[in-house]
Design a protein around this ligand. Structure first.
Ligand code: 5AD
Ligand code: SF4
Length: 474
């Protein structure tokens, strides 16, 4: 997979092990669990729910595999490569278990449903298999597995949102946190396995979302990202009052918790994001001016085959609307190269929409056929691997130049930056983000006593394609 600025950051989290974080007190736990997470932010957020449930069972987190009584892999099925990585990791864990037979190994998340019998019976790689809606049953499943029985629960639910479980923020920087607002997806994009692995869409009680965000603010967090596969279809009805809440209303309620609490959200579907949401974003300075708006393809014919109900013109009009309402709003996309039947002209259409949209960054993938999806059933995966690769390279090259141009446009501008921590390269520099989600690196000030979680004004003095470099404005 090819790397670009923003995607590299996500890639670097793959396989991240959770351990002691700012709040992750490990004292007092008699047993230890080790968890690695793969895939999307939703999975990372789910691992924090799992951590909370395991803490309740007397398991504390460890980053050392050797100390663990329980090892979990929170898995992703979205592309074949993600599954291969997990299988390789399981084989390594199996070896650890040979020298420690009491060790339990579990697979959580999206691969659980897809591969339960294979992992448990054929390959005998794991002791527990638990799907994304079954984490409440972990205590019972662990008890079962401890007796030597293989423990499985991959049932999907129409209601589960884990609304009442307070996630344990283990690997947190203490500044930014993810808050899940809905689960599952009803969209059935033909290439996508998520509706099968994560089930039907359901929205979480608005009061519990507000409460979680308020708690985070009270604990010193400065930024929340509202997470869902398709946040714009958030819809929750208070059964007692009959009041209904959509995403624009939720966004506004969270923004009103405190003007110093930044609010982000992901992911938006181009067909569902409303002008209302755009106006709420514009009205509140603390709602970040950044929208992740997956394109997938710029060809109307391919979009139809993908079961994405918009045309290239419609998508472009949505981008134009965003730029009209919020000229300073950054936009990013997901793009798939080489979907079934894709011709050269379709590929050119994708490049054209990319140029029109002038994305700040993109997540770019080669199409990977997933068993059970509509595309796998209906269409041939007929674009040769070499063609997919060339097209992806062209898409990445274009995105790289768009990202650089976008960063160059920021030279000389001032941004309000939220400091997240030290720069990875130097402790003499801070790393933070502006509202547009761009990373800014700048030298620490001798005269200012700043710390992570502080806001600071920064002028952009230089840039690369991936990063802005700046100086604190006195
Ligand atoms: N092949 C390639 N990319 C995929 N995505 C989802 N399914 C596939 C697949 N089968 C990408 C889409 C989606 C992102 C999360 O992953 O671009 O928006
Ligand atoms: Fe998959 Fe489409 Fe749902 Fe995104 S919107 S999770 S791509 S089915």
């Amino acid at each position: 997979m090819l790397e670009t600025g923003n995607k590299t950051i996500e890639e670097s989290r793959q396989g991240e092990a959770y351990g002691f974080g700012i709040l992750g007190e490990n004292n007092g736990y008699s047993k230890r669990f080790y968890i690695e997470s793969y895939g999307c932010q939703m999975n990372f957020s789910d691992s924090e729910i799992v951590a909370s449930i395991l803490n309740g069972e007397g398991f504390g987190a460890t980053r050392n595999l050797e100390d663990a009584d329980l090892i979990f892999l929170n898995t992703c099925s979205i592309r074949e490569k993600a599954e291969q990585t997990v299988r390789k990791r399981l084989t390594e864990f199996r070896k650890v278990k040979q020298s420690k037979p009491s060790l339990l190994i579990g697979v959580l998340g999206c691969m659980a449903e897809r591969l339960k019998s294979k992992l448990l019976e054929e390959e005998k790689l794991v002791d527990l298999v638990v799907g994304p809606d079954a984490y409440r049953s972990l205590p019972n499943l662990i008890d079962e597995a401890e007796t030597g029985t293989k423990a499985v629960n991959v049932l999907l639910s129409r209601e589960e949102t884990y609304a009442d479980i307070s996630p344990v923020r283990l690997n947190s920087n203490g500044v930014t946190a993810f808050v899940s607002i809905m689960r599952g997806c009803n969209n059935m994009c033909s290439f996508c396995v998520v509706p099968f692995t994560r089930g039907r869409e359901r929205s979480r009680d608005i009061r519990s979302i507000e409460q979680e965000c308020t708690d985070l603010w009270n604990q010193g967090y400065k930024e929340v990202t509202l997470l869902g596969q398709n946040v714009d279809s958030y819809y929750w009805v208070d059964q007692q009052s009959g009041d209904a809440f959509d995403f624009a209303m939720l966004l506004e309620r969270v923004a009103l918790i405190n003007p110093q609490l930044r609010v982000r959200f992901s992911t938006s579907h181009p067909k569902d994001i409303t002008d209302n949401v755009l106006h709420v974003m514009k009205a509140h300075e603390n709602i970040c001016k950044y929208i992740h708006l997956p394109l997938q393809s710029g060809s109307t014919r391919i979009l139809q085959l993908m079961n994405r109900p918009y045309t290239r013109e419609w998508y472009k009009a949505k981008v134009a609307k965003i730029r009209e309402i919020m000229p300073d709003c950054a936009i990013s996309a997901d793009i798939i190269a080489g979907f079934c039947t894709e011709e050269h002209q379709d590929h050119l259409d994708t490049l054209d929409v990319m140029r029109f949209s002038a994305y700040e960054f993109s997540y770019m993938f080669m199409y990977s056929e997933r068993p059970g999806t509509l595309a796998a059933k209906r269409y041939d995966d007929d674009v040769p691997e070499s063609v997919k690769k060339t097209r992806l390279e062209e898409i990445v090259a274009l995105q790289n130049s768009l990202s650089l141009e976008s960063n160059q446009r920021d030279l000389g501008k001032n941004f309000k930056v939220l400091i997240e921590g030290n720069s990875k390269r130097s402790v003499e520099h801070w790393m933070g983000r502006n509202s547009q989600n761009k990373v800014i690196i700048f030298k620490k000030s001798d005269s200012k006593d700043l710390k992570p979680g502080d806001y600071v004004n920064v002028t952009v003095t230089d840039c690369t394609q991936a990063t802005l470099l700046g100086e604190i404005v006195c």
